[in-house]
Design a protein around this ligand. Structure first.
Ligand code: CP
Length: 334
């Protein structure tokens, strides 16, 4: 597999901030190889046969949870779904105790989504099995960032002049990506920022000043620009990632009204008409249709939103394969 020629020697995937460009490309290359498995009539390989993965989700999810379950199953691992509301967490058991008890049953990977930033990092210091971050508070959502990178890489590699087989990009230099909306509350934005910057893309964060923390630019001063004017940015970008307004995380009114937000920052057919014809439109889901994106754009020709979901499965297979797989050399060191 291509990914095996690149560097990967980690038991956990906690964030994209700590990964190198080579490690990011290792996951993307491995995902590229594993994507083909889902097109077979028997969609399974034995790579993780005998391994056990637990989905430890303390927040709701449709895409990520099903995607991780399917990814583990396609690699022949056993999968257990944990529901916080019907577990002993409701009796006051701590996250650490919950995880250590689950691990004591012989689990190889814990896939965790939690409302608290840093929860996966805490677990990784307290268990011996692999820990995969499926979204922690407003901090990071690394597999979402990776599937967004995978979708852009696949799209823009195919746009290169090519012979029979497109050469996959190993750098995003020359690509300009706008991330639009509720950046302050978005773990997707943070993972995208780290991933895009490490692959040398130019990034413009767009939204109301109340939803873009000023200090984000300090992370990658040479890569990040900030704008509050979507109309001036949109015609200059190759891809736009429209973020969900996270009403459940807003602590105060970040904009006067949803109508006002939609007028200034919503991606509409009229706005799209002023963008580059082949603009790639991304959204992590779930969407607030009619707010950050209109239905005609979400379901239109520029949209890669369902491709993102398809690619998410390949990226999560790659993540589990690299972190948990039998030939993972890091296991004995853990
Ligand atoms: N993008 C994403 O994380 O979606 P879910 O909340 O449905 O998992």
């Amino acid at each position: 597999m291509n990914g095996e020629t690149r560097t990967w020697n980690r038991p956990h995937l906690l964030d994209l901030e700590s990964l190198s460009a080579e490690e990011i490309l290792a996951i993307l290359d491995t995902a590229r190889s594993l994507k083909e498995v889902s097109t077979r009539s028997i969609k399974k390989v034995p790579a993780l046969r005998g391994k056990v993965c637990v989905n430890l989700f303390f927040e709701d999810s449709t895409r990520t949870k099903i995607s991780f379950s399917l990814a583990a199953q396609r690699l022949s691992a056993d999968v257990i779904d944990f529901s916080a509301s019907t577990s002993s967490v409701s009796k006051g058991e701590t996250l650490r105790d919950t995880a250590r008890n689950i691990e004591a049953m012989g689990v190889d990977a814990i896939i965790i989504r939690h409302r608290s930033s840093g929860a996966p990092h805490l677990l990784s210091r307290n268990v011996r099995c692999s820990v995969i971050n499926a979204g922690d508070g407003a901090h990071e959502h690394p597999t979402q960032g990776l599937l967004d990178l995978f979708t852009m890489r696949e799209h823009f590699s195919n746009k290169q002049p090519t012979n029979a087989k497109p050469k996959l990009l190993t750098s995003f230099a020359g690509l300009h990506v706008a991330i639009v909306g509720d950046i302050a509350n978005s773990r997707v934005a943070r993972s995208n920022i780290h991933g895009l910057a490490k692959l040398n893309a130019k990034i413009t964060l767009v939204g109301p000043a109340t939803l873009i923390p000023n200090d984000l630019k300090k992370l990658y001063p040479n890569a990040i620009n900030i704008s509050h004017d979507l109309d001036s940015v949109l015609p200059t970008v190759d891809a736009v990632n429209m973020l969900r307004i996270q009403f459940e995380r807003l602590t105060s009114a970040a904009f006067p009204s949803v109508r006002e937000y939609s007028r200034l920052f919503g991606l509409t057919k009229e706005r799209l008409a002023k963008a580059r014809p082949n603009l790639l439109v991304l959204h992590p889901g779930p969407m607030n249709r009619g707010l950050e994106i209109t239905t005609d754009v979400a379901d239109g020709n520029n949209s890669a939103i369902l491709q993102q979901v398809t690619n998410g499965l390949a990226v999560r297979m790659a993540t589990l394969y690299l972190c948990v797989g039998a030939n993972s050399s890091h296991r004995s060191e853990n």
